[in-house]
Design a protein around this ligand. Sequence first.
Ligand SMILES: Cc1cc2nc3c(=O)[nH]c(=O)nc-3n(C[C@H](O)[C@H](O)[C@H](O)COP(=O)(O)OP(=O)(O)OC[C@H]3O[C@@H](n4cnc5c(N)ncnc54)[C@H](O)[C@@H]3O)c2cc1C
Length: 442
Amino acid sequence: MRQTPQPTKLMEHIVIIGNGISGVTAARHIRKLSDKKITIISSETEHFFSRTALMYIYMGHMKYEHTKPYEDYFWKKNRLDLKQGFVKTVFPKQKELLFSDGTKMGFDKLIIAAGSKSNKFGWPGQDLEGVQGLYSKQDLDSLEKYAPNNKICKRAVIVGGGLIGIELAEMLSTRNIPVTFLVREASFWNGVLPEGESEMLNRHIKSHHIDLKLNTNLKEILSDENGKVRAVVIPETGEEIACDLVGLTAGVSPNIDFLKDSGIELGRGVKVNRFLETNIEDIYAIGDCAEQHEPIGLRRPIEAVWYTGRMMGETLAQTICGNKLEYKPGHWFNSAKFFDIEYQTYGWVFAKKKEYEDHFHWKHEDDLKCITLAYHKETNEFLGINTFGLRMRHEVFDGWLTEKRSADYVLQHLAQANFDPEFYRKFEKEILLAYNHQNVNV
Ligand SMILES: Cc1cc2nc3c(=O)[nH]c(=O)nc-3n(C[C@H](O)[C@H](O)[C@H](O)COP(=O)(O)OP(=O)(O)OC[C@H]3O[C@@H](n4cnc5c(N)ncnc54)[C@H](O)[C@@H]3O)c2cc1C
């Protein structure tokens, strides 16, 4: 019997919106696992770069070229097609994207990895020239234009105290640009950090000659005759602060406006389940723009951090290549730098203690190092630790959290977790004494 020839199945086309850590990790892993056609789209830069290194470019430690984790030939060699363009609309039924230049692209599976955008809260003057966030390569170029030195930028005002605000303050101060830092809260980042740490950072920021104004909001941004910022107004005092640059760093939110009428379920971000699937078959979301329907453990439903974007990319690549995998980020950790002070956090240390939680806080007399250890009041179980000025080993704390060690155990073995045990030993006795003293007195 003669067989009718079957039409050859075309290679599945995976389209990824976003060439950040999430989208690129998904693409790399799909390529490792399969021969699918992969296209990565971005309206920002031609090639993937490390967003976390943006500050070092301005500070002169690196050139933009050095922030690209892969050589430019990598993409072609691995058959990862790059497309520069802005996706204006997604049509899920037609499995098609529309670009702002009117061209279209079809997909079999779509990964939305569109990242975040800087928050703007409708302040008058927020769209003036010289007013900007710090998120994209374009923001960096704009900073070079409006704040290249202290002749052109006589003062900068930063609005919003968080990790990006403090990075911007450090960047500007390396070019000797005077900075006023408006922070709405009574103490820097006190929604995340316990009081002792937050207060130590207030002092540290001021020690770098930053004009830190706590309990201070932004009323409006004033324009000069050319549509460029000339000053900001503070509502509390009516004070006008003359400036040439305003950095808006009051947080970020998912960059999803282009999906508004697509039928893809949105909350603050693109709603996904544990498999990073949206409400529409063959459409997924990962990284900063993804929002879990149900938060995982005590984690937030949206996590705008580098390593979770990478983990989501790796996980989704498995699912797309036929090995359906749940996203399980493990224990929370994070790290950052506040001028000279390195910060790490493992597990959960809440700024305002939960009813079951107690804290042990130790601070060195140099006011540059401290530890806050959170533990369960009744069981003494170790819940988490924040360290400032002491570099700790991730795998050690991860193990202790999984093993549900006691706070007593963790304090006694803290040297094991330190990168530099010799350095740590200088403080070990003092920390243990303080801990024992606290626990004798309760
Ligand atoms: C200054 C700064 C410092 C940071 N430092 C740290 C740190 O120290 N540690 C840490 O864990 N995290 C840090 N972060 C956060 C971290 O960088 C982000 O969590 C991470 O980069 C997000 O990756 P992503 O792939 O989800 O999105 P992104 O990196 O934002 O990539 C998304 C890309 O998609 C593009 N895109 C979006 N919509 C469209 C569209 N419609 N059409 C075409 N292209 C589109 C965007 O232009 C962008 O290029 C920092 C962030 C900033 C801004």
